[in-house]
Design a protein around this ligand. Structure first.
Ligand SMILES: [Zn+2]
Length: 76
């Protein structure tokens, strides 16, 4: 772990909320290439984001769910 690791975690959180500057994004990308610890964290972090998005799906009303199912079956 380098000194940048803690900052990298902060930036990845900001990135999720669209608050990271382009400079921070590049710093983070470069850091992920050289730091296995942060690359692993970043993967876990994006998994967490997916879980949150799934949780939102479960909060949909029945009408919204069936509308979504209809849309999905039409897509197939
Ligand atoms: Zn790191």
């Amino acid at each position: 772990m380098s000194n940048f690791c803690k900052e990298a975690v902060d930036i990845s959180h900001k990135w999720q909320y669209g608050e990271a500057t382009w400079k921070q994004r590049w710093q983070l990308r470069f850091h992920l290439l050289i730091c296995k610890a942060c690359a692993g964290f970043s993967r876990k972090n994006s998994k967490l984001t997916h879980l949150c998005q799934d949780a939102h799906l479960h909060q949909l009303s029945e009408a919204e769910k069936s509308a979504m199912k209809k849309r999905l079956s039409q897509a197939n």
